[in-house]
Write a protein that binds this ligand. Structure first.
Ligand SMILES: Cc1ncc(C[n+]2csc(CCOP(=O)(O)OP(=O)(O)O)c2C)c(N)n1
Length: 323
């Protein structure tokens, strides 16, 4: 909370309806804002033309714009205070909704990739202005490290004691296929600047946005005091490409995809074997560890090539970014 008593309001529902719950809050806020705008118009003679115009046409892309709108709402409330008119009283209770609100939906990979994926997909396809943050630990952490669809090939997890045989699901690429969804992949330990950029862009984007954040975890079998070292190695190996896909750029005929990390400079295994989740298979089943590591390295190369190509080539006639 800041000195004015303002800050994020938090609510949580169930694991399986997290995305839908957040969408419901978005729809409610939008409806209240619409009702407030109608009342502002209805009460224009009491409120005064200048304030009505200011309130209804306010651009609020950033903090400065939001601050100005908050000041207008203060003046509006002063004008309405004490009125017995039911419309004025109604507007008083709705007026705060005239200030833009960001809605953030947060959860882990078990939620986003698996159990809550149907809901997440529905919310992405809604076109509504919500932001989604996936804290991707590549396992179900809270319940003790079970495999999710985000677990990379060759990593050992509960239900994948012999090493995960299949490649990691690529949630970012799935989201990108919609064309009107802002998508970013970030790793604070590699670039805090790129992370901040992604958050600001996601928030400013008028539509659904999803940020997938590499989240080191005790279940990886690492020294948690050195989590940022793992984050950096994940990016340097190409396992975790940093990128931002902003459909707003496509509307200007530009390539919406920006690859923010450099080509792999260490091998995938140089990153993976920093972590017990990969290393333990070399002890329990060295042959299988070798076999899976070759396939995992190939997963990384293939994914990297896809991102590199997509960031270079852009067909400006593709009508992405429309919603
Ligand atoms: C529908 C449902 N299934 C299972 C659970 C049990 N559960 C609680 S937390 C959790 C793991 C969550 O994993 P993830 O989404 O990756 O988040 P993390 O713990 O990694 O932050 C599970 C399976 C639940 N609460 N609801």
């Amino acid at each position: 909370m800041n000195n004015d008593g303002r800050g994020p309001a938090w609510a949580n529902s169930l694991f399986e309806d997290n995305a839908e719950f957040g969408l419901g809050i978005r729809l409610t806020v939008d409806k209240h804002a619409e009702m407030a705008r109608e009342l502002v118009q209805k009460l224009a003679s009491t409120i005064g033309d200048d304030l009505v115009t200011g309130l209804l046409n306010a651009k609020q892309p950033d903090e400065a714009g939001i601050h100005e709108q908050r000041n207008r709402v203060v003046v509006l409330k002063q004008k309405l205070a004490g009125s017995k008119d039911p419309d004025a009283r109604n507007l008083l209770s709705l007026a705060d909704n005239l200030v833009r609100r960001s809605i953030w939906i947060m959860g882990g990979d078990g939620w986003a990739y698996d159990i809550g994926f149907g809901g997440l997909d529905h919310v992405l396809a809604s076109g509504k202005n919500v932001n989604i943050l996936v804290l991707d630990t590549e396992v179900y952490s809270n319940t003790g490290g079970q495999m999710s669809k985000s677990t990379p090939r060759a990593a050992v997890a509960k239900f994948a004691a012999g090493g995960k045989p299949l490649a990691k699901k690529d949630l970012g690429r799935i989201a990108m296929t919609y064309g009107n969804v802002y998508v970013a992949q970030v790793a604070m330990g590699h670039s805090d600047l790129q992370t901040i950029r992604a958050f600001l862009e996601a928030d400013a984007y008028n539509g659904p946005a999803i940020i997938i954040a590499y989240s080191h975890c005790i279940a990886h079998g690492i020294d948690m005091a050195k989590g940022m070292v793992s984050q950096k190695a994940a990016v340097d190996s190409g396992h975790w490409p940093l990128y931002r896909y902003n459909p707003a750029l496509a509307l200007d005929g530009k390539n919406p995809l920006k690859l923010d990390s450099k080509p792999p400079k260490i091998k995938f295994e140089d990153y993976a074997y920093l972590e017990t989740r990969y290393k333990m298979l070399t002890k329990s089943n060295p042959e299988e560890a070798k076999r899976l590591m070759v396939l995992a390295e190939n997963d990384v190369k293939k994914r990297w090539r896809w991102f590199e190509d997509a960031a270079k080539e852009w067909d400006a006639t593709t009508p992405a970014g429309t919603h």
